[in-house]
Design a protein around this ligand. Sequence first.
Ligand SMILES: Cc1cc2nc3c(=O)[nH]c(=O)nc-3n(C[C@H](O)[C@H](O)[C@H](O)COP(=O)(O)OP(=O)(O)OC[C@H]3O[C@@H](n4cnc5c(N)ncnc54)[C@H](O)[C@@H]3O)c2cc1C
Length: 445
Amino acid sequence: MPARIDHPSPSAIVVGGGVAGLCLADKLSAAGIRVTILEKEEKVGGLARSLVHGDFVFDIGPKRFHTYSPSVENYLHEILGRAYRTIGRKSSVYFLGRLHPWPLQTSSVFRLPPLVLARCLVDLFRKPRFDGTSFSSYILSRYGKTLYQVFFRDYTRKFCHEDPEQMHEAWAQGSIHRAIIDKRFDQGSLLAVARMALLPKRAVTRFLYPLGGMDRFHEALAARVQRQGGRIHVNTPARLVAGQGGTLIVETPDAAHRADRVFWTAPITEAHDSLVGRGPHLKHLTLALFLIEARRVCDDGNQWTYFSSPELLISRTSYPRSFDPGLVPRDAGSIVAEVTVPEGGSVQWDRWEELVIRDLHEAGVCRHEDVRAVHHARIPYAYPVYELRYQDALKRVMGDLAAFPALVLAGRCGKFWYNNMDDSLEDSMQIAARELTAWRRSAPA
Ligand SMILES: Cc1cc2nc3c(=O)[nH]c(=O)nc-3n(C[C@H](O)[C@H](O)[C@H](O)COP(=O)(O)OP(=O)(O)OC[C@H]3O[C@@H](n4cnc5c(N)ncnc54)[C@H](O)[C@@H]3O)c2cc1C
């Protein structure tokens, strides 16, 4: 536990109660800082919260903890105690009309159509050079034309609503690392994929899942913040207003707050728009989630599956039972189906629901007659999109916000960062340590 700062204790407002905001509030309140979290949703957890419908608990897509950081690992154990499951990963990709294990395995390589396999083998020896910037060039130079065409190009178009040539190579690195998770799986080139696929024995990636659902983690963390004197206001959207001399006022529907520091984990574009005015374009994606209750256990045997085929609307499915059987009533099934739309775009819930059910039926995941109920959830700012010139735009936005010394940007949305929960946690720990050191240095002797 950090040493307490007891002299007139500084105050902090944390905007956003996702894992980044909760962890910041935990570390700061443990050191005696007066912390208030302002969260616009009805509960904390952010992109990692669970969506509950009766006896069915759904996550926002597949959610699991995996980290290489000893400090994050210790932190997870400190918060979860023994209330977690350790699960071996099982995930897949659906392309060319069938499921293939992901990361690819020997069996799936030999199940590729012979022409595709032959073209992949030729690609091993004939790959174009990387142009130094674009997603498409990066993928072509690493995986060759065939895998680019049969999987990466279509998946990226469908998922990002963007031409792969207009995407930055950082998207390739981010998305492939996100999809693979485990550094032991080198799938960063066609040769590495071929080597991994032909390995007779494969390591299994293990991850942690809180017993009873992801909300158990956020609830435990929120309870700790409150025990340490921190306050949490849900249903409280916050907006930044510039005060005099670079100071900040945080406006909520019924109050105006001031604090020594404002930790902003909400979308960076919101902070920029309200403090500076409309800034350079940073594109986000909204997730349209179809949360499906099924009459019987119905899934494809995986925890999650990517769908690249352009004729299917869904881009990914996940199956709560495979994370924790307690998330689904006995003998029933549940599926989370994801469709992305550009931020602010419209979602045609009824028509898309029919298409989603059709996709699941055709892919052999769940027969349409087994669907019992479908719930909808719109998740804004689910992904930052790394377009070709996003780094210039981000630099300008961050530069403008640097005029407000009390403002600290943190978390996935606050930093426009395609990250995982462990990244948000580690970053928040580092920010809290840095801020506490600065406060201690400035404290009267
Ligand atoms: C589909 C999907 C699957 C994922 N799977 C995994 C996984 O398996 N493992 C993993 O580690 N990570 C995964 N991630 C990433 C993970 O969800 C994020 O890294 C993490 O949740 C980010 O936490 P955060 O606190 O930084 O941001 P957020 O969760 O975005 O928190 C920001 C908070 O700010 C609130 N907010 C926004 N605007 C305002 C406002 N104006 N006023 C007040 N509050 C506001 C939001 O409601 C939210 O609670 C996944 C992400 C997605 C979208």
